[in-house]
Design a binder for this molecule. Sequence first.
Ligand code: FMN
Length: 208
Amino acid sequence: MRKLKIVGISGSLREDSFNQMLIQALDHSSENSCLFSHISLRDIPLYNQDDEKEMGVPSLILEIQSQLVECDGLLIASPEYNHSIPGVLKNAFDWLTRPAEKIETVFRDLPVGIVGVTPGKGGTVLAQKAWQPIIQTLGMKPFRLSSLALSDAEQIFSRSGELIDEQVLGDVEHFMKGYTQFIRNNTRNSLPDYYYRSHLEGDLSTYF
Ligand SMILES: Cc1cc2nc3c(=O)[nH]c(=O)nc-3n(C[C@H](O)[C@H](O)[C@H](O)COP(=O)(O)O)c2cc1C
């Protein structure tokens, strides 16, 4: 079976981010059925419409957009800040939706799984809920059958970032099995790759 290309985004800049650990745990549990690209938000500037007008979309954003066009599925590990999405993660998605004509090629029908972990007790469920209108607006396909909303991060991960709770390990594996099956059942598009590439480069003449 072909390996699935997954883009994993952790919405935290923190060195010892639990959400980054969760993305790593999902990568490990995919047992070589997936090829993961891990996206860092560290060098993404703050979105400013004046900057976009003057300098265009940063090359880093164009690079991530290309990865999203070429991947089979997106996994977002979203921390919960004030019962919603952290600013750095929302900022990254605001850039990734520019210019607006690219939303179609970058996001339409992209199978997406939202997961999250918190040291608290709420499992990031409110942040996950806050993703729903964004997923809908961008036309992505959400994996809803099995959720991964983890509490008590300090107990389930070791200091070195390993997932050490057997039950949670089982939950992560269960999630990953369901998510990869969901992707295989919902292949992203039927149009040839060059359509999407030329659309991304703003030149559809090669297709039409
Ligand atoms: C500004 C701020 C707001 C937060 N709000 C919440 C919250 O609403 N719910 C929650 O479970 N944790 C909240 N936390 C705690 C985060 O879950 C915790 O910092 C977590 O470690 C962040 O994820 P990370 O480990 O991937 O960086 C908040 C933390 C900060 C700094």
